[in-house]
Design a protein around this ligand. Structure first.
Ligand code: CUA
Length: 161
């Protein structure tokens, strides 16, 4: 088979870019710890308030420098267990996020971190993050959920311990 030089170049270019793409996706998935939202754990979305641990949202210490943070999202609010919607976490702490929604799909993005999940009714979304830097992090909804979408926010303060 006789192939034109440009055709060979184009084939190599196509295969090469595909390989580069797959390598970048592979590295970002394994090295940076990207993972799909957890869909393995389900609950009855009509009974969120009666289901543990969502009946008591908030921060709970479960070990040395280890916490479980339970949050219930609903239109248009994040119930983080406190009225001022501020959660204080000591610097260096590992936090296991445990989040669900009572009504529609909401987003769960902690700006400036890798915490970025979709919340679906009936499912529990989980993620573990270690807060290495002190600072103020804004939790916001990044899935359009209705007229009050822009009001959905809370704050995580990572403080020097
Ligand atoms: Cu909740 Cu947008």
């Amino acid at each position: 088979m006789n192939m034109h030089k440009y055709e060979k170049v184009w084939l190599l270019f196509g295969t090469g870019t595909l390989l580069i793409f797959l390598i970048i996706v592979g590295i970002s998935a394994f090295y940076m710890g990207n993972q799909p939202p957890s869909c393995a754990v389900t609950l009855n979305p009509d009974k969120v308030d009666e289901t543990e641990p969502f009946n008591e949202p908030g921060l709970k210490q479960i070990g040395d420098d280890e916490y479980q943070l339970t949050i219930v999202a609903s239109a248009f609010n994040y119930d983080v267990g406190s009225d001022d919607k501020v959660i204080e976490i000591p610097k260096g702490a590992t936090v296991h996020f445990n989040v669900t929604t009572k009504d529609v799909i909401h987003g769960f993005e902690l700006a400036g971190t890798n915490v970025n999940m979709m919340l679906e009714p009936g499912y529990i979304s989980t993620y573990t993050n270690t807060f290495k830097n002190a600072g103020t992090y804004t939790l916001l909804c990044n899935e359009y959920c209705g007229a009050g979408h822009h009001l959905m926010a809370a704050t995580i303060e990572v403080v020097e311990s």
